[in-house]
Structures are given as structure tokens and as C-alpha cells.
Design a protein around this ligand. Structure first.
Ligand code: OOG
Ligand code: NI
Length: 450
């Protein structure tokens, strides 16, 4: 009998193989991972079981997200097949083209496991951006035509890789040696290539947008950053600076405070100069450098409901994330977040619930108030468009040139699902379902599911 390497194991092998590759390509990433592990060990020692409230230390230690940028719908569909092979499915729609202060000519999604049990096994996720060449605010007709021609000629992924991917997705995994081969080919397709970059073409695009040049100015794609998860991001930030690594000037997302961690806080070190070869206009090849790849670290908190998210977005827009404004408008306990329906929790029956003969209520706030259930936070598994745009732009060299007199092309989640030719999951639906499933189990146990 040949042993099948299951989908989750392919995912976990793929994540660690990409991480090993990125560590050899960008040594500062290894420093970041080491610093993150040290901070996590300290937090675990100091806070004990509380440190694992938002994920077991095994999950958090292995946890990474990456970012990849592609140029055409066809490339995005191929990426979807490769990630589908390892159980990562497109989730969420992010339009970064009118992000303040720096618009980026892409729309994005994140490929990730959608099932809680799969997330617990390995939560690898990849923020994936698609260039929009027909957005006239960024690209005029000539550049657009040249971009599309260039992109349509390149092949990012070979047939062998795509066929193995399809077999893995259809079969729920791969036998050996196909499994090893798949991980090898998938990893290699995201390595930095040493194919010479056409200097003139790259610069044409870079004058419009550094992200456009990184996507459409080269004949390959590459993993753009990999992000470990840390339990105390403020401490990590201090440690990286004391190790001499220049970080961007802030931590993005909610401010530091003494209430529950929600959503996502992220920070990064600036893109580093890496050697690249250039094809010059006179036909010679020269050595040069590009700064496109960086390192990022993140702390994850509880997922917010649409109402909670709305409050977060408004707080950030109105107060730029001031900690005092935050503290005056965000509930300070998990329980208050649940009672206000601002954040997602699953409920489990409280073994010490009151046994006074009264019938239990059925809605979550009342169950919590009556002491019938305990709450388990649902971790935020997604991204934040404002932070994402901040991460993109803090790593750009040069300005993005935008012609505000032109209309952008309208793009939405439905359009992206069409491009992907797969369902595009809505993060809120996934969190909602997880909460609903737990309430159903509670109702069965309490005998209220009439
Ligand atoms: C993606 C930037 C967004 C995040 O963590 O928000 C991102 C990119 O640079 O391609 O990764
Ligand atoms: Ni990132």
C-alpha cells in the first residue's frame, strides 16, 4: 500500500519548505523568526496557559503568512490550483487601488484553510494580489498594451506542477514520490529568479508604481515576504531594533492596550537590497540591485463581527488609532465584546452552570449573562486592507503616479470569484458559521434545540 500524504501535511511541508527557501534568500527573515520564537517562549513562561488562549503554542510557532503578486487572471487561476492542492482556498476581497495614502494597482484575496480543524493543523495563508492593467488611473493605453503582451508571454508555472496540483486536490493528497516532487516544484516557482530584468521596461513601470514593476517588470513571480506570528509584538519590535534591524515606523492595526487583542497588529522591516541582473538597452547584462522583499511579523487577536469591524474602521479613520480613543470605545473584556455582538466567540457548556430548574435561553448574550456557557475566542484569520496598503507602501521606492481624472475599473468580490472560477469565501460567513455550529452543539447539550 502506498501511503498518501494528506492535504494538511502537504500544506505544512509546503509552508516549511518556503520558509527554508526564504531564510536562505533573505537572512534577516531568519533573525525575525528567531526573535519571534524567543518572544513567544518568554510570553509562554510568563503568562502560562493564558498565552495559548488564541492558539496552541505549536500552531503559533509554525504559523506563517506569505505574499505573492501575479499579473493575469490565468496566473491567478493557476495559483488557486497550487494552493487548492494544499487545502488553501480564496477568502476575502481586498481592493487596494484606492487605499489611502498610497493607492496600489491591485486587488487581492488570501488563500487559507477555511475549516477550524484544518487551521489548527496548519494555518498557512498567502495574501495574493492581482495587477489590474486596465485601470486607467495608473496605466495609459500604451503601457497597458505592453503590460498585457509581456504578461501573456510568460509562464510562471510548469505543466508538471499544475498536473500534480490537480491530482492532489482531486485525491485529497498525493502518494510518494509525487508529494515530495510537488512541494519541490511549488517552492521553486516562488524563488527569486536570476533571469536578467529588462532595465528599460522595469523602469517604465517603476515610474508608475513599484508594485507594478515588481509584478509586470520581471518574467517570474516570487514570494515577497513571509510573516511569523508573535505573542507580544511590541516586545518583538523593540528586540528587532536592538538587533540593528530598521523597522517601519509603527505597528499597524489596533493600538496596544490592556483589553482583549482583536484583529491583527503587524509591523515590518524595510525591503532589503538584493542582487539582480539587468539586461541593458545596449544588449549587455550588468549586475544591480532591487529592493522588493521584506520581513513582517504579526500578532493575531479575536475576529470582529461586522458591527465590531465597523467600530474599528471608524475609530481608525477618526482617531488614527489613538489608544485613548480606543479604550473609551472598545469594551475591555471578552464577555462585553460577546454581549455587544462585537466579536466572534464559540460557546461551550459551562460545567458549573446554574441548576436552578430554569430553562436556558437560546441567544449567546443571554447564555453568557446567565452563566450557562463559557466563551472561546475565534481568532482573526484574515487581513486588513488599510494595514496591507501600509505594508505595501512602506516598502515602495518612489511615488505611485495616479491620474485622478480617469475612472477606475469597478471590481468586486463577484468579479474576483469569476476570475478564479472558484467560490470566493467571505470571512464573516466563515466566522459566523463557526459560532452557529457551537451554539447548535450547546443547544443540543442543554436540550433547547426544539
Ligand atoms: C502584500 C501586502 C499585504 C499583509 O500582511 O497585509 C500583506 C504584498 O506586499 O504583496 O501581506
Ligand atoms: Ni503580510
Amino acid at each position: 500500500m502506498t501511503h498518501t500524504v494528506a492535504t494538511w501535511e502537504l500544506r505544512s511541508r509546503f509552508a516549511s519548505s518556503l520558509s527554508a527557501l526564504y531564510g536562505t534568500e533573505v537572512p534577516a527573515y531568519t533573525t525575525l523568526v528567531e526573535a519571534a520564537q524567543q518572544v513567544n517562549a518568554t510570553v509562554l513562561r510568563d503568562r502560562g496557559a493564558k498565552a495559548e488562549r488564541l492558539g496552541s503554542i505549536d500552531r503559533v510557532t509554525a504559523e506563517r503568512h506569505g505574499a505573492i503578486r501575479v499579473g493575469t487572471p490565468r496566473e491567478l487561476r493557476q495559483i488557486a490550483r497550487i494552493f487548492g492542492a494544499v487545502g488553501m482556498y480564496p477568502t476575502g476581497f481586498y481592493d487596494l487601488r484606492d487605499a489611502a495614502p498610497t493607492p496600489i494597482p491591485v486587488v487581492s484575496t488570501a488563500f487559507r484553510p477555511t475549516d477550524p480543524a484544518e487551521l489548527a493543523r496548519n494555518p498557512f495563508r498567502v495574501f495574493t494580489s492581482l495587477l489590474i492593467p486596465d485601470d486607467r488611473r495608473f496605466f495609459d493605453n500604451d503601457v497597458r498594451a505592453a503590460l498585457e503582451k509581456f504578461l501573456n508571454q510568460r509562464r510562471l508555472f510548469g505543466d508538471e506542477l499544475l498536473e500534480l496540483a490537480d491530482a492532489a486536490e482531486a485525491g485529497g493528497g498525493l502518494p510518494e514520490p509525487a508529494a515530495t516532487r510537488f512541494v519541490e516544484l511549488a517552492t521553486a516557482s516562488f524563488a527569486l529568479s536570476d533571469t536578467p530584468v529588462d532595465r528599460t521596461w522595469y523602469q517604465t513601470l517603476e515610474n508608475i508604481s513599484g508594485v507594478a514593476a515588481d509584478i509586470g517588470g520581471v518574467s517570474t513571480t516570487h514570494i515577497n515576504h513571509l510573516t511569523p506570528r508573535v505573542l507580544d509584538i511590541d516586545e518583538l519590535y523593540r528586540q528587532m531594533q536592538s538587533r540593528g534591524i530598521a523597522m517601519i515606523d509603527r505597528i499597524q492595526g489596533p493600538p496596544k492596550w490592556d483589553g482583549p487583542d482583536v484583529l491583527l497588529r503587524q509591523t515590518s522591516f524595510r525591503a532589503l537590497a538584493e542582487p539582480r541582473r539587468f539586461a541593458e538597452p545596449d544588449g549587455t547584462v550588468s549586475d544591480g540591485q532591487l529592493r522588493v522583499r521584506f520581513g513582517e511579523v504579526e500578532a493575531r487577536g479575536i475576529a470582529l463581527t461586522p458591527a465590531g469591524r465597523d467600530r474599528y474602521d471608524r475609530l481608525l479613520a477618526e482617531t488614527d488609532g489613538s489608544a485613548t480613543a480606543w479604550a473609551s470605545r472598545m469594551p475591555r473584556t471578552e464577555r462585553a465584546l460577546a454581549e455587544g455582538d462585537l466579536a466572534y466567540f464559540t460557546a461551550v457548556v459551562n460545567p458549573h452552570r446554574p441548576r436552578d430548574g430554569n430553562a436556558p435561553p437560546t441567544d449567546l448574550p443571554a447564555l453568557v449573562r446567565g452563566g450557562w456557557v463559557d466563551l472561546e475566542p475565534i481568532v482573526y484569520e484574515d487581513f486588513l486592507p488599510r494595514s496591507a496598503a501600509g505594508i505595501f507602501s512602506s516598502n515602495l521606492t518612489g511615488e505611485t503616479s495616479v491620474d485622478h481624472d480617469q475612472d477606475g475599473m469597478a471590481r468586486d468580490a463577484q468579479w474576483l470569484a469569476g476570475v478564479l472560477d472558484r467560490p470566493l469565501h467571505d470571512p464573516f460567513d466563515l466566522y459566523d458559521r463557526q459560532r452557529a455550529d457551537s451554539l447548535h452543539t450547546v443547544a443540543v447539550k442543554l436540550g433547547t434545540n426544539r
